[in-house]
Design a protein around this ligand. Structure first.
Ligand code: SF4
Length: 72
């Protein structure tokens, strides 16, 4: 029997920590856009394998550590 599980990654923003630097939208425009005040609007659709590296880079680049990657 096969026991492997599929793990998906979803992007989330901590709205308290976020300070609207906007790097996340520059680095991951496939999932993050900015509202009129520069705060991120995140598409919670799971990130495919093709975007995992970019999502990881965007999370690492956030100066407030507000961009979070969650396993779903
Ligand atoms: S890079 Fe971080 S602080 Fe800046 S908008 Fe994105 S989540 Fe917020």
């Amino acid at each position: 029997m096969r026991t492997s599980q599929r793990v998906a990654i979803r992007v989330r923003v901590d709205p308290v920590a976020c300070d609207a630097y906007g790097y996340c939208a520059e680095l991951l425009p496939e999932r993050v856009t900015l509202d009129e005040w520069g705060y991120p609007i995140v598409d919670g659709t799971p990130v495919g394998a093709d975007l995992v590296d970019l999502a990881t880079r965007a999370a690492a680049a956030c100066p407030r550590r507000a961009l979070l990657l969650e396993r779903v």
